[in-house]
Every structure is written in structure tokens, then in C-alpha cells.
Ligand binder design. Structure first.
Ligand code: HEM
Length: 458
């Protein structure tokens, strides 16, 4: 039996202050929660409302999808909510105390120092890397032959790793740079696999997973040490993000330590690779399911995209392409889960939330809230062109002080790559199937990949 609003009872001494599933109901659904936690969160929101409490005593755990409460957590009272949650602690096994996982004064110093790496100059340089990675995809799809079926998810994962790798390390993507990227993804795999198992041994137990994680971290640390030593000996001429991390100083003239540089590089690979790949993959999945939208997009691309490399000026002319990318980010926000720990007792959506509670937010749910969006389930890119939306309800990059530092990077990359590929190829489902089911991992991925037929445009 589920708890309903009114009298909520308690779980092992922790008062229940909001509606939600009962302990036995949640236990029965354990398999489904592990299989697709996002489906489960959506069902709980639709059944119980905008604030749901799960029957977990420690920490008290709330799903919050009340628009004002989400704003309060991320923006208005951001300092009262920290990142010491199970989600970010797991990620920090890979990233260390980097920008994504740190808190308080450590985070504030890092953010100030790292911000310049994302300024306009970096974005203008980025277009070369994007064009090179897009050209490699075009060439491999051309080689696949007329009407071939390709896995878009695999292609996008590969292309976005190229882009973030080149932005970080300049032209040299072999040797230590490649080892660093591979070891980062390897370590991330272990962390994701651990999250799917109910009980994981502590990091010091030499289990196969922990050995793999430690091995990847050792490779990572070695690659970073050698790269820093090489750069100190012969500075690069490219002014990539690694140069910037090595030269930046705080107001006391102190630079980032080798460990801090390592943590930020790994953070950028983790945060900036799969997220953009996921957004692009879903954009193609949605376009293939909506041929009329695909043709409207193509009409813009015929005007803007030529054989010459796309530039930052072209980016500002790609209004419909950006709207398609935004609508994909709305329906399939790659970062589907944002968690915080409440530092003090507070009220969210009219419910008491005790200190130390886990607060779970999900852009996926907020982007489907019927009070905020007209026909939320429909793929309608023009809503972003007509400005028929409440921008504060659109949070694919989070909000407030912890908002994504790579937002502009992601837009330039996503929009230019989509423009280049969609100008050359039409996509369709080979077997009459439709948009695949979701597999929510670090980002939302298509279950079983995304196999689409690509047809070269004349
Ligand atoms: C479509 C692509 C992307 C999406 C959807 C996305 C989403 C997000 C979200 C939701 C957050 C906030 C998390 C929170 O509040 O707990 C975030 C933070 C962050 N993102 Fe992104 N991101 C994307 C691309 C990138 C790129 C390209 C980079 C870097 C190259 C990047 C680096 C970061 C970093 C470092 C943070 C932590 C910022 C801080 O706390 O100061 N992201 N991202």
C-alpha cells in the first residue's frame, strides 16, 4: 500500500513528511529501479506529486519537481545545498575534487581560476576541432555506402571525444593524451557499473572492479605527470585548455597544483564528452521520427552551410538548428539527475525537509511538467523560435552558481556538428521502428544504441 498525503508516518525514526511509496512497495520494485531509475522516478512523480519522499531513513530522500522549489535549491538558496551526495561521491572516484564535485571555498577558487578557459577565444578556436571531427564522421558515412545503416550513438561518442580532447590538448591526441582519455573512460565505466550493484565493497578491498579502477587511476596519474613535465620543458604554441590550466594564478599568485590540473582535465573529459554525444544522438533520433521537422531544418542548412568550414558567425545564423538541439535537450536532457544534500532543515514545495536530506532533481521531469510546458511530450522545435516558453523551466545545464561551465562550448559543438551532418545526410529508421527506449547511465543513452539509415543528400 502506498502512503498518501495527510498522515505520513515514519521510517525507522525518520519522520515521513511527504507522500511517496511504502517500504514494501519500493522493495518489490527494486529490480525495476535498478533497470531504469528514470522510469521509476517519473512514475513516482506522476503518482505522488511534485514532492515525493522515498521510504529511506538515512539520509531522508526526496524527489523534488516543484518548479519554485527547484529554483530555491539551485539558485536562491544554493549555498544551503551541497554536493556531498552518493552521485557526486561516486564520480569523484574518477575526477577527484574537480569542479563538478567540489564544494564551498575549494569550488569557488577553482571556478574563478578555470572560467577563463571557457571564454570567447576558446570557443572561436573550437570550430576547427568540430569541423575536423565532423569531417571524419562524414567520410566514414560516405564510405559506408548508399543507404547504409550506422550506429549514430557510437559515431557521436567518438566525435565528441575528439573535440574535447583537441580542445584540452591541442593537436596532439596520441600518446599520453590518448592514454589519459582512455583511462578516464575506463574508470568511469567501473563507477557506473558499481552504481548498478546494491552492495559495493569499499575502495580498499581488492575486488576486480576496485583493481580496474585503481589501475585506470594509476595510468591517468602517470599520463598527466608526463604531459605536465613535457609542457614545462617545451611549451606548446597552441594555447589549448591545458596551457591555460598550467598558467592561471589566483589573487595570491598561486597556481593550480599538478593534482588540481589532473582533476580538472579528467572532469572536462567526463562532463564534456558523453553529454554532448547524448544530446546529438537524441537530436538525430527525433529528426528521424519527424521527417517534416527534418526538412524544415534542411531548408535552413541549404542557406547557411557551404563547403567552407563553419565559423562562430555561422553559429549565430543557425536558429532552427539550435532550436532542434534545444528541443532534444528538453526531451532527453543528458544530465537527467541532479542531486544535492540539504545543509539545514528547510521547506520545499510546502513539505518539511530535514537537514542532511538527499534532494533529487531531474530536468527530465521538469521539462515534462504540464504547468510549465504546452504539449510537453511533443517534439516541437519551433517553441524555442517563437519563444513560447518559460526559460526558467528549461534546465538542461542546471541553474544558479553551479550551472554548467561548458554550456556555450556544448552549444557551439552540438549545433555546428548537427548542422554539418544533417546538411549532408538524411536519417530514417531502417525497419519502421521509432525512437528507442532510454538507458539512463551517466547520461541518457538509447537502449541498444541508435541504428539509423543514412541517405546522402544530393
Ligand atoms: C549538452 C552538453 C552538456 C550538458 C547537458 C551539461 C549539463 C550540466 C549540468 C546539468 C551541470 C550542473 C550539475 C549540477 O548542478 O549538479 C553541469 C556542470 C558542469 N559541466 Fe556540463 N553539460 C554539458 C557539457 C559540458 C561541457 C562541454 C563541459 C566542459 C568541456 C562541461 C563541464 C561541466 C563542469 C566542469 C561542470 C561543473 C560546474 C561547477 O559546478 O562549477 N559540461 N553540466
Amino acid at each position: 500500500m502506498n502512503r498518501s498525503s495527510g498522515e505520513f508516518g515514519s521510517f525507522l525514526g525518520t519522520p515521513a513528511t511527504a507522500p511517496g511509496p511504502s517500504g514494501p512497495a519500493m522493495l518489490r520494485e527494486f529490480g525495476q529501479i535498478r533497470g531504469n531509475p528514470l522510469d521509476y522516478l517519473e512514475r513516482m512523480w506522476r503518482e505522488h506529486g511534485d514532492v515525493v519522499q522515498f521510504p529511506i531513513p538515512r539520509p531522508p530522500s526526496y524527489l523534488v519537481n516543484d518548479p519554485d522549489a527547484v529554483r530555491l535549491v539551485l539558485v536562491d538558496q544554493a549555498r544551503s545545498f551541497g554536493k556531498s551526495t552518493i552521485q557526486y561521491r561516486a564520480l569523484s572516484l574518477v575526477t577527484g575534487e574537480g569542479l563538478l564535485t567540489s564544494d564551498g571555498d575549494v569550488w569557488r577558487r577553482q571556478r574563478r581560476m578555470v572560467q577563463p578557459a571557457f571564454h570567447h577565444e576558446t570557443l572561436a578556436q573550437l570550430t576547427d576541432h568540430i569541423e575536423r571531427a565532423s569531417a571524419a564522421v562524414v567520410s566514414s558515412w560516405n564510405q559506408a555506402g548508399a543507404g547504409a545503416v550506422v550506429d549514430i550513438d557510437v559515431a557521436m561518442m567518438h566525435a565528441t571525444l575528439e573535440v574535447v580532447g583537441h580542445a584540452l590538448f591541442g593537436s596532439d591526441l596520441s600518446g599520453d593524451a590518448a592514454a589519459l582519455a582512455d583511462a578516464t573512460l575506463d574508470a568511469l565505466d567501473v563507477v557506473v557499473a558499481r552504481a548498478r550493484v546494491p552492495v559495493t565493497p569499499p575502495a580498499w578491498v581488492p575486488s576486480p572492479a576496485n583493481r580496474r579502477l585503481n589501475g585506470a587511476n594509476t595510468v591517468l596519474d602517470g599520463a598527466v605527470r608526463r604531459m605536465l613535465a613535457d609542457r614545462r620543458e617545451s611549451p606548446s604554441l597552441t594555447h589549448d585548455m591545458l596551457d591555460m590550466l598550467m598558467s592561471v594564478r589566483d589573487e595570491d599568485g598561486i597556481g593550480l597544483s599538478a593534482e588540481e590540473i589532473r582533476n580538472q582535465m579528467v572532469t572536462f573529459i567526463v562532463a564534456g564528452h558523453e553529454t554532448v554525444a547524448s544530446a546529438l544522438t537524441w537530436a538525430f533520433a527525433l529528426l528521424a521520427a519527424h521527417p517534416r521537422e527534418q526538412e524544415s531544418l534542411h531548408a535552413e542548412l541549404v542557406d547557411v552551410v557551404r563547403d567552407e568550414p563553419l565559423t562562430i558567425d555561422d553559429y549565430s545564423r543557425l536558429t532552427r538548428t539550435r532550436a532542434v538541439f534545444d528541443e532534444a535537450l528538453r526531451l532527453y536532457p543528458p544530465a537527467w539527475l541532479i542531486t544535492r544534500k540539504a545543509h539545514a532543515q528547510t521547506e520545499l514545495g510546502g513539505r518539511d525537509v530535514p537537514a542532511e536530506s538527499l534532494v533529487i532533481l531531474s530536468p527530465w521531469l521538469l521539462h515534462r511538467h504540464p504547468a510549465l510546458w504546452r504539449s510537453p511530450e511533443e517534439f516541437r522545435p519551433s517553441r524555442f523560435i517563437d519563444d513560447d516558453i518559460d526559460r526558467s523551466a528549461f534546465l538542461p545545464f542546471g541553474a544558479g552558481p553551479r550551472m554548467c561551465i561548458g554550456r556555450d562550448f556544448a552549444y557551439v559543438e552540438g549545433v555546428l556538428m548537427l548542422a554539418r551532418l544533417a546538411s549532408r545526410f538524411e536519417v530514417s529508421y531502417p525497419d519502421g521502428s521509432g525512437v528507442p527506449a532510454t538507458d539512463p547511465l551517466v547520461t541518457i543513452r538509447p537502449a541498444g544504441g541508435l541504428r539509423l539509415r543514412i541517405t546522402r543528400r544530393g
